[in-house]
Design a protein around this ligand. Sequence first.
Ligand SMILES: [Zn+2]
Length: 106
Amino acid sequence: MHEAGLARAAVGAIIEASAGTPVRAVVLAAATGVDISSASAAWHAAAAGTCLEATDLTWEHAPDQLRCFACGHEYDGARLDPCTSCGGNGLVVAPADELAVVSWTT
Ligand SMILES: [Zn+2]
């Protein structure tokens, strides 16, 4: 299961960053295509018995970065979203990370 590896990596990164201090809240960003319920379940499995065991988990959607063909404007969105400046078609130039840690609070 792909989400399990991503969630385990996020848990590991925060444990290392917090140096074992109990973490109260974490905000994660998931790209389109990531199954949030699978990723949440994997998070809780990986966090059990660690300083993240009681963490309140919040999910955000991580947008891709696109560049408009017509006007060159760069904007955040999903694949096939029209340009926010002129409404033209854009191309994804920087896909979002599949799962990224936005912030965490001890
Ligand atoms: Zn445009």
